[in-house]
Design a protein. Structure first.
Lengths: 123, 145
């Protein structure tokens, strides 16, 4: 069975690059900000993992995480951000993010992390 | 006579004082270790260790220790190795990292493993004290369940 994942990223190039990188393995959905992401999740209950940017217009990564954790606890959220700090990384994990990675992201590592999330492994 | 009476009347006040919780400060930098211990000694009973190995010995012989405030990079046994040993043992203590390391990966790793917090140096003492109090309440809840 092919699992579904959602890429949330306001930068088109990065978003489409990630979608392309994983489209052989997963069924891909995409959104360009948190607000769009919430709509996509509502309409597609099979989405299991969200790979999201942090800094985005309309609804940022943390707000998206909060919405996901209050409405659907089964979805794992992996952050991939260029605006990283220890404080936001610690905060993200405290709030229930599955992983917090920095840009430019190592695709192999991200693929393994998505796999871990789907298999329910920790880290 | 009068003096003694006053003293006797005052005595019961001490019964209401909250029991002091014990914490362990682990840092290989003596100045930081002593500084933190001094800063937190009003609020907590503080133990000190210069590395993870020493910390393990102190934890094993002082069961009153509730919280460990530890550096990351240290000789002999570093912070994450100490945390791993504690997690694998029976003792339930809250773990707070206070580190000069700026690695996002080690921060995320520590938090995923269940560290209570991960703070960077120079640490805000007020924030650290508040965090220790939160961690104590958190381990209380953990033990109650």
């Amino acid at each position: 069975m092919q699992h579904s994942i959602l890429i949330v990223e306001d930068e088109k190039m990065v978003r489409e690059g990630l979608v392309r990188a994983f489209s052989n393995t997963y069924r891909m959905y995409q959104a360009s900000n948190g607000r769009e992401a919430v709509d996509v999740i509502k309409k597609n209950s099979e989405i299991r993992v969200i790979v999201s940017d942090l800094k985005m217009p309309e609804l940022d990564g943390f707000e998206l995480l909060e919405q996901v954790k209050t409405t659907n606890k089964k979805i794992d959220v992996i952050f991939v951000t260029a605006f990283y700090s220890i404080e936001s990384a610690v905060d993200a994990i405290k709030k229930g993010a599955f992983e917090y990675m920095t840009k430019p992201v190592d695709i192999k590592k991200l693929e393994q992390t998505i796999k871990n999330a789907i298999e329910g492994a920790d880290g | 006579m009068i003096t003694r009476q006053i003293m006797n009347q005052k005595e019961p006040d001490f019964i209401d004082v909250q029991p002091q919780h014990s914490i362990l400060i682990v840092d290989d930098d003596k100045n930081i270790r002593e500084g933190l211990a001094r800063a937190l000694s009003d609020a907590f009973k503080t133990y000190k260790a210069a590395n993870g190995r020493e910390a393990m010995d102190i934890i094993n012989s002082n069961s009153d220790i509730r919280i460990v405030v530890s550096d990351y990079e240290m000789p002999e046994l570093n912070g994450i190795e100490l945390f791993d040993m504690i997690r694998n043992g029976k003792t339930k203590v809250g773990f707070i990292f206070v580190t000069g390391s700026t690695s996002i990966e080690s921060a995320v790793d520590a938090m995923k493993k269940g560290a209570f917090d991960y703070m960077t140096k120079p640490v805000d003492l007020m924030k650290l004290e508040t965090t220790i109090h939160h961690a104590i309440n958190n381990t209380k809840e953990m033990m109650a369940h």
